[in-house]
Structures are given as C-alpha cells and as structure tokens.
Ligand binder design. Structure first.
Ligand code: GUN
Length: 283
C-alpha cells in the first residue's frame, strides 16, 4: 500500500493563516514583530534563503531587516552589530545565516545573541534548556517536523524513532524533541555500522544526512513514518532528499516528499518564533 504523503505546503499554509492572525492581534497594540537577519558573504543558497525569509516576513506583517556584510568582515564588527540589535526594542528576533566564513568563531557569534531574541534556538543556553525541556525557542527545522507530525496525528510516545544525522541544526535537536515527547530515540549517522539494523526497527525515521537516496525501501519497516530533511541537488539540476522516495513510499505509512515536505515548514517556524518573541516582549 502506498504511504500517506505528508504535505508540508498544506501544513505551512494553515500555520501561515494562524500566524497572520497573531501578527494582526499584535498590530492592534501597536507592536510589529521585527526580525533581523545577518548574512555574511554571498553564498547563492544562503542569499535565496534570506530573500525568502524577508519575503515571508513582509506577507505576515513582520518587519525584516537584512544586514549583508562582505565575507571578510571582522568578528568584532559582527559582534558589535549583534549588540546593537540586542539593544534595539523594534527587533524581537536575530538570525545569523549559516554557514559563516572560516575566520569567524561561530560559537562566539551565536553566544552574543540575547537569548530572548535567539529565534533560531542555537544559543548554548537555549540548547541546554531544550535538553531540560524548557527551551525559549526551538530550532526551526526539527520544530517544523514535530508540527507536521502533530498535524497528521502521528503517535510519538513509546515509539522507536531513529534520527540519521547529528548536526546541531537538525539531528541533535530533532532527537531531543522526539525524546521530550516520549519516543525511544536512536541517533545514527550516515556512517553508522549496519545502519539498516537500526532503521528497520524504527516506527519513525528522520533522515538528515545530505546523502541522496541513502534510505532505501529494504531499510524501512512496513508502515513506518519517514521524514526526509535532506535537500540534495542532482547532476540534472533536480532536487532530491535522503530517501529513495518512489520505492520507500510503497512501504512507509507516512512520508514527506522533497521538495514540498519539511522545507516549507522551516520558514514558518521561524515566523512563529519571531511572533512569539514579540508577544513575550509585550508582557
Ligand atoms: N543554514 C541552514 N539552515 C539554517 C538555519 O536553520 N538557521 C540559520 N541561521 N542558518 C541556516
């Protein structure tokens, strides 16, 4: 039987309507949520992401300010910009687009963001708070995955979840969020010995490796939920995920496509976090 397709565009559209209402409600009290995005250099993919963030902000009535610095900007200049934004009451969220150039200490830059404005959820205090279940903000991509699974009423408590990928942006926070909801969580990487042994016993598999078609049908349990966070560009220019979609969808119970799965949710969770930051600043 073919899997139910988890439609990220559909869930993102629904969320967008809810977020617009929240932004409108804030506007009635003369508060406009504000997001500052810092982009260093001119990586084409990062530039597209930043442009999409600014566009979505505009559609929801969120003020957005983009600071595009040359790739040789000094770390001190960057830290000074963050301190200015920390002190600016019109800015509720600050996002530093990753990756950063090699001469910049990523940890120092992220730690400079005020935690109440850390809408990416990458500040070490927010990471620690996620471990103890009290995060101010949750990282947008795994948060979006949790939201999608909730929309499709996919049970998590007591389920065996296997997360393949151990990045700070997706894999690690994803595992923590699943654990928080009561899943039994295994964290693997693309190099895990006998990866199939782990994935084949999973009720939920989340793929976040950046390795095209790594998860094949033989690696998936009948009826499992398969979430694909990978975005890989193939030689023919087409996008594909970490999951061999056509074959796996014949075995899975639920599956996210690429594109049109997790991708559209990430930006909406950023908008959610920014509006939440403004709502908190109001009280
Ligand atoms: N680069 C890729 N994904 C992300 C993300 O979620 N946040 C930031 N700041 N940069 C990214």
């Amino acid at each position: 039987m073919s899997a139910n397709i988890i439609d990220g565009n559909l869930v993102a559209r629904k969320l967008r309507t809810e977020l617009k209402l929240r932004a409108d409600l804030l506007a009635e009290t003369w508060i406009q949520p504000g997001l500052a995005v810092i982009l260093v250099g001119n990586d084409p993919a990062s530039s597209v992401y930043v442009r999409n963030k600014a566009k979505t902000c505009g559609e929801l009535g969120i003020r957005s300010e983009v600071f595009n610095f040359p790739s040789d900007i000094s770390q001190d200049m960057l830290l000074r910009q963050i301190q200015d934004l920390n002190a600016n009451p019109e800015i509720h969220g600050i996002l530093v687009q990753l990756p950063l150039p090699g001469h910049i200490q990523l940890e120092e830059v992220i730690a400079a963001i005020a935690i109440e404005k850390d809408v990416d959820g990458f500040h070490p205090c927010n990471v620690g708070a996620l471990v103890t279940g009290h995060a101010l903000f949750r990282p947008c991509t795994p948060f979006g995955v949790m939201k999608m699974m909730a929309e499709y009423a996919i049970p998590i408590q007591g389920q065996h979840a296997v997360v393949v990928g151990r990045s700070n942006i997706v894999g690690k926070p994803m595992a923590l969020m699943l654990l928080e909801k009561g899943a039994t969580v295994t964290i693997c990487t693309s190099k895990t010995r006998d990866l199939v042994h782990h994935t084949r016993h999973a009720d939920i598999v989340v793929m976040a490796t950046g390795k095209a078609n790594l998860l094949t049908a033989e690696m998936v349990m009948e009826g499992a939920t398969v979430i694909d966070v990978g975005i890989n560009r193939m030689a023919d220019g087409k996008l594909c995920g970490d999951v061999a979609f056509a074959a796996v969808k014949e075995k899975a119970g639920h599956i996210t496509p690429v594109p049109g799965g997790v991708g559209p949710m990430t930006i909406m969770m950023l908008m959610n976090n920014t509006i939440e930051a403004a709502e908190r600043a109001k009280t």
